[in-house]
Design a protein around this ligand. Structure first.
Ligand code: ADP
Length: 722
């Protein structure tokens, strides 16, 4: 007897349904006879005058209050894509982050499946090259052929490597350059060999494996210096989970999910791997989802949204670079995938590895909690050593590059090695200031200075995209010659070209690397040694492994340090240690030069010795004295409106309404970005040592009547203070 039969003997049935949209409430429907209801099933449901996709989260007998409910239109699938365990995670997310259940449920489905359609996805054939001579092909088509190994490649894998090539594949097949063959998915891909583990790796792998075998929740904070071989620990323990029949979720920060990472994981895991990230086409996202939901693929590699992937029986969750802020979603539901990984692991009695060379304070401190442990890896693999750090005092020095850094650059390049210059701002200068009236050039929609992009001859707002041609005179006073202040990648490149003419310089920032293909080609060029000097932003600072890179120059070390954010010290340390970690991954005797105007700042000093504990001590002292997390829990409330007065008054009304003992409201005040896309923004912080009390205070705020034309954003455990 199916669930439907057994339930129907109890009387009319009602389905509680979450609609995959902004509808915040659970809606109830009666179930027509031809629908066999199951928790997790996608259904088409009437909502006002339209039909929307929903997911059944509960089935119950009808009661008097259910009179007159509409019928569900139909079931969209035969069996549910998501299990009750995932529904539980989604419900928790909705409650904890004070977000509607509809938007939270939508996170678990790719956009293609949020529409009323049943799924018909194409097959995933294996592509082989034919013998046909390829001398009449263009460079792009040749590069596609070059990416196909002799043993063939799955269409989906090739598309991960070179997105947007569907039409070109069809054309190449039509012209006989490639053949597409259906090969059953069960044939395991061939795998590259595992290396001989270091003692640190052995210890970490065996401890974590024991916990996976025990089948109990446990969180490991894997604090391993850059280049200590953490990835091998992730892969080896993942294989142990797979051997036990469990599935594995492997999360990486957005910026790290390059084709190289996908390739590396796929080359080491002898199973099909599903890749989850928002850069895929809607159909490819649905295809990856279906691999997991229908074909039983047990390994998901993805960015933060993969935390909601439909894996079942998870044995291990890896959160690589756990300190990375891209695990926190800023728009929509403001969830943190790293934090949710702990909950999902708990619900699955699984193990989590939170790995980082620079763990966040929240993560490091959790090692004192039950079911948590710290594992450290303190040395690099083989002869590689952490680069020696030297601080250069920039006071009194003109231009972006000190003589000391220039000398080291010339020396490094003369040995055939590579230099990375890190500056975390794109464009030429951070702002343009009028030397006459002192006004900073701003756009019309945001209260931020415009960044000068010299190559384009334009001034851009990096917040809203506003663009203007560079004014010849100051718009305020008519004075000539606006002065650029602060620097970005373009200015560093200009200085590099002056001091080392003829050298091969590569700019890696979001202005230049506008497609995955460009970034892949750039990373390949660095690895192939066809670049001498890389000038890059955080896009290049993390995770990459460049064998020839032996000198890193941090051009403006304190750029983050004075941001209005209680994490700015910790973030400065994390950012510089990560970028320093790109050098010397194969050899010793490598160098990092940190240029700074505050050489004696204790935080800069702690970076100098890679002294994570010293940094933590400094930061702990400050956080404790000021009662910021982890010494309190926080939620940030941002009110925005087209009228400054409306935003200000409503934010005061909200902050004053909080009368829960033990909860304080700091502010309101204009947000650091006080005008964004034509909206004035006020914010205040709710803070408490007691999480329950904090949530009660948020409940009060949510119940307040919201004036028209205002927007209220509540961000629990906020990351951005801007
Ligand atoms: P981390 O993630 O800790 O920064 P990686 O996992 O990227 O470090 O490892 C650094 C380099 O060392 C990589 O090129 C990796 O392939 C290599 N590696 C890791 N473990 C071993 C090992 N046991 N033997 C040889 N090479 C290794």
């Amino acid at each position: 007897m199916c669930l439907h039969d057994s339930l129907s003997s109890m009387g009319a049935l009602i389905a509680d349904v979450v609609i995959l949209s902004n509808i915040p409430k659970v809606l109830s429907y009666s179930i027509p006879n031809d629908v066999s209801p199951k928790v997790g099933l996608r259904v088409a449901a009437p909502v006002r005058k339209s039909t929307r996709v929903g997911v059944i989260i509960g089935i119950r007998e009808s009661s008097e209050s259910d009179e007159g409910l509409k019928d569900l239109a139909c079931a969209l699938d035969e069996i549910p894509f998501i299990a009750p365990e995932l529904i539980e995670l989604i419900s928790w997310t909705s409650k904890y982050y004070h977000a509607g259940i509809g938007p939270c449920m939508a996170l678990a489905f790719p956009p293609y499946l949020r529409q009323c359609r049943t799924i018909i996805l194409d097959e995933d054939p294996v592509i082989f090259r034919t013998d046909r001579e390829n001398d009449r092909l263009g460079p792009h088509q040749k590069s596609i052929l070059d990416a196909i190994p002799n043993t063939g490649i799955r269409m989906s894998t090739l598309k991960d490597l070179l997105p947007g090539i569907t039409q070109k594949i069809k054309a190449l097949a039509k012209r006989g350059f490639i053949e597409l063959k259906e090969v059953p998915c069960s044939s395991a891909p061939s795998c590259s060999a595992t290396p001989e583990y270091t003692p640190d790796q052995h210890k970490a792998i065996s401890e974590i494996t024991q916990a996976i075998k025990a089948g109990r929740f446990h969180a490991y904070v894997l604090h391993g210096i850059t280049g200590s071989g953490k990835t091998e620990v992730y892969l080896a323990t993942a294989m142990e989970a797979i051997k036990l029949g469990k599935s594995v979720l492997y999360l990486v920060p957005e910026i790290a999910l390059t084709p190289q990472t996908i390739d590396m994981v796929k080359s080491r895991i002898p199973l099909k791997v599903a890749v989850f990230h928002s850069g895929l086409s809607p159909k490819d996202r649905a295809r990856e989802f279906m691999k997991v939901a229908r074909e039983g693929v047990k390994f998901v590699l993805g960015t933060r949204s993969a935390i909601f992937s439909p894996l079942r029986e998870i044995g291990l969750i890896v959160v690589d670079e756990e300190h990375d802020s891209s695990y926190k979603q800023e728009d929509g539901v403001p969830y943190n995938a790293r934090d949710l990984s702990l909950l999902r692991a708990k619900n699955n009695s699984a193990v989590v590895i939170l790995g980082s060379a620079t763990p966040s304070m929240e993560t490091y401190d959790r090692t004192r909690l039950p079911h948590s442990s710290l594992i450290t890896m303190t040395s690099r693999i083989g002869p590689a050593k952490l680069p020696e750090v030297e601080i250069v005092d920039m006071r009194g020095i003109q231009g972006p590059l000190s003589d000391r850094l220039i000398r080291e650059m010339i020396d490094t390049i003369s040995k055939g090695e590579q230099v990375l210059l890190f500056i975390n701002r794109r464009g030429f200068s951070a702002a343009l200031v009028c030397p006459g009236c002192g006004k900073v050039l701003k756009g019309s929609r945001c209260d931020r200075s415009l960044t000068y992009h010299k190559a384009k001859g334009k001034a851009l707002c990096h917040w809203c995209g506003f663009t203007m041609n560079l004014p010849e005179i100051c718009p305020s006073c008519g004075c000539l010659d606006m002065k650029p202040i602060g620097m970005g990648t373009e200015q560093v490149i200009q200085a590099v070209q002056k001091v080392s003419p003829g050298k091969r310089v590569l700019q890696i920032d979001s202005d230049e690397m506008t497609t995955v293909k460009k970034l892949t080609a750039a990373l390949d060029a660095i690895r192939a040694g066809s670049v001498d000097i890389i000038v890059g932003t955080q896009m290049i600072a993390k995770g990459h492994d460049f064998p020839l890179l032996t000198l890193v120059g941090v051009v403006y070390a304190e750029q983050l340090l004075y941001m209005p954010d209680f994490r700015s010290g910790e973030r400065t340390f994390q950012q510089i240690v990560q970028v320093a970690g790109r050098a010397g991954r194969r050899k010793s005797d490598t160098k990092v030069i940190i240029q700074t105007y505050v050489p004696d700042h204790p935080l800069i000093q702690s970076i100098c010795g890679y002294d994570y504990q010293a940094m933590m001590e400094i930061e702990r002292g400050i956080r404790k004295a000021t009662s910021f997390p982890p010494y309190s829990h926080m939620a940030r409330c941002v009110v925005s409106s087209k009228k400054d007065k409306t935003a200000r008054e409503f934010s005061f009304q909200l902050a004053l309404s909080v009368n829960i003992p033990g909860v304080e409201a700091l502010g309101p005040a204009p947000a650091p970005i006080a005008l964004l896309r034509d909206h004035f923004r006020w914010h205040f912080i709710l803070r408490s040592k007691n999480r329950g009390a904090l949530h009660k205070a948020i409940d009060i705020i949510e119940r307040m009547h919201q004036p028209q034309e205002t927007d209220l954003k509540i961000d629990v455990d906020p990351y951005s203070m801007m």
